[in-house]
Design a protein around this ligand. Structure first.
Ligand code: FAD
Length: 283
């Protein structure tokens, strides 16, 4: 963990693009409430296969106009170089300086994988097309990506994204701090010198969390799953216990030298603010 200690800790928050006017208004309120923790930036996800392209762009534009730093997620699967180039131009024109670069997942029914097949190719393309204009963040998987052939192959693929020009990484969420510490040890062995920011998913709803975790390969440890299951529909107890567990996780990570936290907010301010209050972030 030594190598992570030299980076200044940064906090960031992730949103998804709202679909309705009501959702947009709610997001504006969420964003303003979260400003209290002085996030370095807000990031906005990009739907599978580019399905929320316009929503991502509009949400990013709104954040910038309101005076916040904002980073769009951009996935390459199913897109042509030309389409990605146009998006990059569009983002550069409105003042975006940071991009979260991903491969993404093929939506069911989509046949053509597009021009760029893995995130390392997207990172290389962004560098080729826009030089050093954008700070590039990539995804990291302390518990390994669900499609990885092996742990070693997944680490090698992560290394390629860094060599291609990524400046920092954000992890998939996890509830096992040791997986993150091991991942950082592996980065050190591979001589990768970049901040790897833990992605933090507050626990508010067990059924939803279990669904997400199955899909993205994040493990809910048995002790945590059984405890959350035992609360049934008692959301208040799930939230209280979840807050205690995730606060402990964040505290351990920060004390060990993690260079910040990236909060998966699900467009809600409350759970992230409760965590930050417990951690003393944003006083
Ligand atoms: P990659 O780094 O390309 O890796 C994907 C898989 O391919 C891994 O198993 C890897 O080991 C393997 N691989 C990589 N390179 C090669 C190679 N050259 N040859 C063979 N195998 C290879 N998804 C969205 O759709 N929209 C979002 O906004 C979004 N935001 C995310 C934000 C974060 C912080 C994270 C952690 C994930 C996000 N995702 C998002 C999910 C992500 O798109 C999926 O996890 C996707 O399956 C992999 O994307 P990646 O960029 O990690 O891919």
């Amino acid at each position: 963990m030594q190598s992570q200690k030299r980076f200044t800790p940064t906090f960031s928050c992730e949103f998804f693009p709202p679909k309705t006017d009501q959702g947009k208004e709610k997001l504006n309120a969420t964003r303003d409430a979260l400003a209290r923790i002085q996030p370095a930036y807000f990031s906005v996800t990009y739907g599978a296969g580019g399905s929320t392209q316009q929503g991502t762009y509009e949400t990013i534009h709104g954040l910038l106009k309101a005076g916040y730093d904002a980073a769009p997620h951009l996935s390459c699967i199913g897109a042509s170089r030309e389409q990605i180039g146009e998006l990059l131009e569009g983002y550069r024109a409105i003042g975006v300086r940071r991009i979260v670069a991903l491969r993404g997942d093929m939506p069911s029914g989509m046949r053509d994988a597009g021009d760029l097949h893995y995130a390392n190719e997207l990172v290389a393309f962004i560098r080729e097309y826009t030089g050093d204009h954008f700070q590039i963040e990539v995804a990291a998987y302390p518990e390994f990506h669900p499609q990885a052939r092996s742990a070693a192959a997944d680490l090698e693929h992560f290394r390629r994204k860094v060599v291609a020009g990524a400046n920092a990484a954000i992890t998939q969420y996890f509830y096992n701090a040791d997986a993150y510490f091991r991942f950082i040890d592996d980065c050190e062995r591979m001589q990768l010198d970049l901040p790897v920011i833990p992605g933090i998913m507050p626990i508010t709803n067990f059924a939803q969390l279990a669904r997400f975790s199955d899909a993205c390969g994040a493990e809910i440890p048995r002790w945590l799953r059984l405890r959350l299951e035992s609360y049934g529909d008692d959301l208040e107890s799930i939230r209280a216990y979840g807050l205690e567990v995730v606060t402990d996780l964040c505290r351990r990570l920060l004390e060990a030298g993690a260079p910040g936290l990236h909060f998966y907010t699900m467009n809600q301010a409350g759970p992230t603010l409760a965590l930050c209050d417990a951690l003393g972030i944003g006083g």
